[in-house]
Design a protein around this ligand. Sequence first.
Ligand code: MRU
Length: 354
Amino acid sequence: MRNDSYPLELSAVRLDDDDDCAIIIDQTLLPGQASELRLRAPSDFYDAILRLAVRGAPAIGIAAAYGIYLAAKRLDTDIYENFRKYVSGYCEYLNASRPTAVNLRWALSRMETVVEKNSDSPVSEIKSLLLLESEKIATEDAEMCEAIGRHSLTLLRPGMGVLTHCNAGSLATGGIGTATAGIYLAEAEGYGLRVYCDETRPLLQGARLTAYELIASGVDTTLICDNMASFVMSRGLIDIVLTGCDRVAANGDSANKIGTLSVAVNARHYGIPFYICAPSSTIDLACPTGADIPIEERPSGEVTTMWYSSPMAPDGVKVFNPAFDVTPAELITGIITERGVVAPPYENNLTNFV
Ligand code: MRU
């Protein structure tokens, strides 16, 4: 039976060229409030990415590309060298907003390449090419999500229990998500999956975002605290783990939202297949291993105070708040890309893939 509600129509980021802005859903306010924000200046984009108003590796890449186009569009110069320097400066600035997801650098370097490759063209023409490139980055991402979904579907069976961590859904991408893509396609075919979402401390992307978008799409969704995942696995409720990721190193080590590593360790203990969903924009062959992936650390208040009416930790307590962790390649059953499922050994198989 097809589920006609598939998938929830959500656009994490889109361009409004007539109004010289990109429109995002402010994800810090979900699920209570779905309100839009209009980003115009590079500082608007930097701030929105930094405070996770727009988030998820592919979505921040798309937002940054739009940010560069809009900044370039406003530049009042016909001199190529001046134009190039400004665009390059904006790229460097936005790239510093978040360090872990390689999609940000990937999208920005695509934009910079457009400028560099067209040094003989008038600046006005380069601006049009930057518009095309930013739109291409968004469209390609939507296509990659669909393709990841089709490959994920080959691993899913009706009635399966699926565990996911963080939000690698529509809100994190330009399409139907990466980890959620197979879920949405399976639901469209009436698979009746049972999806478990880790709440994902400390910023609750699983509770606030994944549960929100899955429920709105009619998916059977159960929310659990992160520390419940192993118990749920021990009860035989999980048949497969699907998560997104922020950067895959050349050896297959994969960075994703903090807590993913414990899910992978637990999955191995219980013999549950653990898959990472990664568009090629997330694969960084220039990064040899997970140890080379920069891990973002975020403010202590996200752990001690946020979401609470009064602080839930003693004043002055030391807080360590890494936003991501790295799952070693040996715990990953496969990496689901838009071109197929990459199996170990990742050193060889990822190199052949890209
Ligand atoms: O800090 P966030 O919310 O941007 O972290 C997001 C994740 O870790 C996602 O799983 C990842 O970016 C993949 S999104 C398709």
